[in-house]
Design a protein around this ligand. Structure first.
Ligand code: PMP
Length: 405
């Protein structure tokens, strides 16, 4: 991967931070945007701005085509059956909430929802709230000492009352990649639906919903070079057809009388109100960029950075690194420095222009499971390079000196 060339295409990467070269290693939180994405959004507003699915005029038709094309691009990117299986939401969080309300309608007293102990809050709280509304139970599959999902435990926790199994494909803290194909098969054997939170997977590896055979899959455009404010929910068309809408109002109806309404066809049944049209234009550009670069190349590059990063960080005395020693993981280095709070580590790094994330990363149950209050996390993407790993490591060494450990 020619990162020097790639970096020139991301304007923000040229900026300085606290007088130092900016080293952006917080890609699990959000990714930077290439010129193509910025240009696509600007061009939409400069040349094509109109509302979609309404005006019988050329401008609205153009905007509608562009908006629907973004659904087509998303469908191709994850190998979905077609645009009827792609719902645009605000973010992965909203995609999961949509499911907890709409799919959740069928949940009855005593039913079970199975999650894991490595979920992001976005894949915990909506299900807990659903369980409260329906007097259902939420169960959690264990993780192993080294941060892998205990699949035997998960299998053992599936019961005849399990209706939904919702798991992350890649942990936002540990980087652990879960065998969602297997989990999906186990869920289906028990007659449960399988939901995959792929917010940390789709940007980093080839995700194929046909191969996974999951029923639903959620992710966010902003973590894959695209704009904020646009999330995606993939759902099998026959299931989306049966499900009631989540939000109601304009655009999601076919007819409305004073007595009631009939729903539009999928996916529009789930897209009430004016959507993020400019965001959709940017998202198409992001998908185009990733396809051109090649997901295999991105994965290989991140693996190289991960290996080099883990090795370099392990050389620093007093640095503890979390996550699986064996098995697949994404380009995330979760770590702590003995005797220094992760927030303090992050502050010293910030002074050197190195941006990481420190805290509980919206996964407090996982933090408790690992037995720490917080973790510092460096996460890579296609534009990162080994020079930045060195800047990370030397800044961590500096933090140790600053705090006298
Ligand atoms: N799931 C995982 C695994 C995540 O890492 C995140 C974002 N940190 C989300 C869900 C939620 O994504 P968003 O904030 O874009 O809704």
């Amino acid at each position: 991967m020619d990162t020097a060339r790639i970096r020139k295409g991301f304007p923000i990467l040229a900026r300085k931070l606290n007088g130092k070269k900016m080293t952006y290693l917080d890609n699990a939180a959000t990714t930077q945007k290439p010129r193509q994405v910025i240009k696509a959004e600007r061009e939409f507003y400069e040349k094509r701005n109109a509302n979609v699915h309404r005006g019988l005029n050329a401008l609205s038709r153009e905007a509608t085509e562009l908006y629907e094309l973004a659904h087509e691009n998303a469908a191709r990117f994850i190998n979905a059956g077609g645009i009827e299986e792609i719902v645009f939401t605000k973010n992965a969080t909203e995609s999961l909430n949509l499911l907890a309300y709409s799919l959740g309608e069928n949940i009855r007293t005593g039913d079970e929802i199975l999650l894991t102990k490595m979920e992001h809050h976005a894949n915990i709280v909506p299900w807990q709230e659903l369980a409260k509304r329906k007097k259902a139970t939420v169960k959690y599959a264990d993780i192993t000492e080294d941060g892998r999902l205990d699949i035997e435990d998960l299998n053992g926790k599936i019961s005849p009352r399990t209706r939904i199994v919702s798991v992350t494909m890649a942990s936002n803290i540990l980087g652990t990649i879960n065998d969602v194909e297997k989990i999906s098969a186990l869920a289906h054997e028990a007659g449960a639906k399988c939901v995959v939170d792929a917010a940390q997977a789709v940007p980093h590896t080839k995700v194929d919903v046909e191969r996974i055979r999951c029923d639903f899959l959620a992710f966010s455009a902003h973590k894959m070079l695209g704009p904020t404010g646009l999330g995606i929910l993939y759902g099998k068309s026959e299931l989306l057809e049966e499900m009631p809408p989540f939000l109601t109002g304009g655009d999601m109806i076919s007819t409305v009388t004073l007595e009631g309404a009939e729903w539009n066809k999928i996916p529009w049944k789930f897209e009430a109100g004016t959507p993020n049209i400019a965001g959709a234009a940017g998202f198409s550009a992001a998908i185009g960029y990733l396809e051109k670069t090649g997901m295999e190349n991105i994965e290989t590059h991140e693996n190289k950075l991960l290996k080099a990063g883990l090795k370099r960080m392990a050389e620093i005395k007093g640095v503890e690194i979390y996550g699986p020693e064996k098995g697949p993981r994404t380009g995330i280095i979760p770590f702590n420095v003995d005797g220094v709070h992760p927030h303090d580590v992050s502050e010293v790094l910030d002074g050197n222009g190195v941006i990481i994330r420190a805290g509980n990363h919206c996964a407090q149950p996982l933090m408790r499971e690992i037995g720490v209050e917080g973790i510092a996390r460096a996460s890579f993407y296609l534009y990162n390079n080994t020079e930045e790993i060195e800047r990370l490591a030397s800044s961590v060494e500096e933090a140790k000196k600053t705090f006298g450990v």
